[in-house]
Design a protein around this ligand. Structure first.
Ligand SMILES: Nc1nc2c(ncn2[C@@H]2O[C@H](COP(=O)(O)OP(=O)(O)OP(=O)(O)O)[C@@H](O)[C@H]2O)c(=O)[nH]1
Ligand SMILES: [Mg+2]
Length: 585
């Protein structure tokens, strides 16, 4: 359907739906592109996201409103959309061309809020269904003063030929945002823009932004310079022509309509719009000329797809990068938490404070330390009685260890959440995610309980290590004497006891603690076995901590993944665009 000729690319309109299937291939490729664009998500509020999202929506609309319907029905009438600033006289112009009041002109700005599409009665079927502008409901009948948002009014008129329709659009630079958006949508659905501006407004910025875009997309444009005082025509027209040239629109015809008194029924006198009318009549009477215009605009729109989709792909890359950076921040925070716990259980921290106090209670006074070497039986008795549960110290020591370990894990879990939040506040897209899920600012509500349960479970495992190691050994008898629970506590202490990090008197006492506990264990199991058991106890704890942190960490990964920023989005967009551009070669 696109062939390379002397004049570069031309569209052979008649072949689009021909049996060759050439057109169908392009339609299929563009439909694939549409799906990729529709599925694309830009959920993270990073720089440039908002314009990229607007461009995505606009692209999707143009595909639905224009490119796909036009490709699938090249024989549909040419749609000329009359656009421009409010009060430029668009509705007046449309009424004047048609010869009846099809659209209400007005003094209150903006007047036209929903579009009016004028067509020949024979062309009704082209516009009554949702082939183009599927989002707008069709209404018919005489124009009313009541606003009818979300509709397009269909008006039949025999003053237009079959094969050409005219649409009166709301203003493009409206104070009403919905009007503006609708006008832009309508213009991107046009085969031809009839751009109405006035002597007073022709240099305004908004229309030129739109004209520039249209120029880049190769849209067919004709300019109507309305309401020019006859004496300034010679000044304004060349200036406007120069501006058009600068924007690559040198070929756009300019129709000047001098300021006149309107006829009593509000229409432009015939002589004022004679040139425009003649041009439109010529177009209306010449199916080939119309198809050239349709072909030009369609070709421009199709050729613009590659670049526009690439912009969306680039914005998607930014999204993926931002999501990866956010995820990395969480990963780092939880890695630090794991390291923190690991350091905390080996640097002796756990043997401070409460644990130390309970240990002292457990083993009694300094006398105990002095006597222990020689009177092992005495202190064995002491421990066995403690383990049988009557005196509280063993339990208290177990609890102190439990809450010490739990506090350590909690502190690092909490600070990983806080650290991740702090990082996310500064990172692109992060604040939005935190707003959406305020729970991310802290550890999960279940975390506290999970930590307690995990530590209890681990203490059970330590007892298992002790009883497994004791099985079938001579040690078994001694183990029975001290009790598995008591020996388990000793093992926990040894697992946590390194003097690094302790200061002053604590070193002596904690050092003594571990030495004493270690001696007892070695007496039961032998020194090599004690080292292995202590390592296994530590490892098991660290594995459980890691599992818990993984769950905590997963919330942040889920927050970024839950946005459905699909990893393949970039590739899918680029592949779909490449399929279309391939066909244009
Ligand atoms: N004297 C004179 N008045 C005009 C001319 N064109 C439009 N008007 C008046 O200017 C006002 C605005 O004209 P409309 O046709 O409603 O303008 P519009 O561009 O459709 O405006 P919106 O629908 O708000 O975008 C109306 O009161 C018209 O009667 C003209 O060429 N000469
Ligand atoms: Mg109007």
């Amino acid at each position: 359907m696109f062939t390379r000729g002397k004049a570069g690319l031309t569209i052979r309109l008649s072949h689009v739906n021909a049996a060759t299937g050439e057109g169908d291939v392009l339609i299929a490729a563009i439909s694939g592109l549409r799906a990729a664009v529709a599925d694309a998500r830009l959920p993270l509020a990073v720089d440039g996201r908002d314009p990229a999202e607007s461009a995505r929506v606009e692209l999707l609309r143009q595909l639905d409103d224009y490119v796909i319907p036009r490709l699938t029905s090249m024989e549909a009438p040419l749609l000329a959309v009359v656009g421009g600033s409010t009060g430029a006289g668009k509705s007046t112009l449309v009424n004047s061309i048609v010869g009846t009041e099809v659209s209400k002109p007005g003094v209150i700005r903006p007047t036209t809020t929903s579009p009016v599409l004028v067509h020949h009665p024979e062309d009704l079927h082209w516009f009554s269904d949702t082939r183009i502008l599927p989002e707008l409901a069709r209404v018919t009948g005489a124009p009313t003063d009541d606003p009818t948002p979300g509709t397009v009014r269909l008006v039949q008129s025999r003053s237009l030929p079959a094969g050409m329709a005219l649409l009166d659009a709301p203003d493009i630079d409206s104070v009403v945002a919905a009007n503006r958006a609708l006008a832009a949508q309508l213009l991107s659905a046009a085969d031809l823009w009839l751009f109405v501006t006035t002597a007073a407004r022709y240099a305004d910025a908004v229309p030129w932004d739109l004209l520039r875009t249209a120029s880049q997309r190769g849209t067919a444009i004709a300019i109507v310079l309305d309401r020019v005082a006859p004496e300034s025509i010679t000044e304004i027209r060349p200036h406007l022509a120069e501006m058009l040239r600068e924007q690559g629109l040198a070929t756009a015809p300019i129709f000047t309509i001098p300021e006149t008194t309107l006829t009593p029924d509000g229409r432009l006198p015939a002589e004022a719009m004679a040139r425009l009318k003649a041009w439109l009549d010529a177009l209306a009477g010449d199916a080939r000329a119309r198809s050239v215009i349709v072909g030009q605009t369609l070709k421009g729109a199709v050729e613009s797809l590659g670049g526009r989709v690439e912009e969306l792909a680039t914005a998607s890359v930014d999204q993926a990068d931002a999501a990866a950076t956010l995820r990395r921040a969480a990963t780092q925070a939880y890695a630090a938490a794991n390291e923190g716990v690991q350091a905390g259980i080996t640097d002796g921290t756990l043997l401070r404070g409460e644990v130390l106090a309970r240990w002292q209670e457990f083993v009694g006074t300094g006398e105990f330390f002095r006597q222990v070497e020689s009177t092992i039986s005495r202190w064995r008795d002491r421990i066995s009685s403690a383990v049988r549960g009557t005196p509280p110290p063993a339990e208290s020591l177990g609890e102190a260890l439990q809450s010490g370990v739990a506090a350590l894990v909690r502190a690092h879990g909490e600070s990983a959440a806080i650290e991740t939040t702090r990082a996310w506040r500064r990172l692109p897209g992060g604040p939005g995610l935190l707003e959406r899920d305020p729970g991310l600012a802290k550890a999960s509500p279940e975390f506290d309980d999970q930590v307690s349960a995990m530590v209890r479970h681990w203490q059970g495992e330590v007892l298992e290590i002790v009883s497994t190691e004791g099985e079938g050994r001579r040690a078994n008898a001694r183990l029975a004497a001290y009790g598995v629970n008591g020996v388990g506590l000793f093992l926990m202490l040894v697992a946590f006891s390194h003097t690094a990090g302790l200061t002053g008197a604590e070193v002596g006492i904690a050092g003594g603690t571990s030495v004493l506990a270690q001696r007892v264990l070695e007496a039961i199991f032998g020194d090599q076995a004690v080292r292995t058991m202590a390592r296994r106890a530590r490892e098991k704890l660290l594995i459980h901590v890691d599992e818990l942190f993984k769950e905590e960490h997963a919330r942040y990964a889920a927050a970024t993944a839950g946005l459905s920023v699909d990893e393949n989005q970039v590739e899918r967009l680029r592949r779909a665009a490449a399929e279309v551009t391939e066909l244009l070669r």
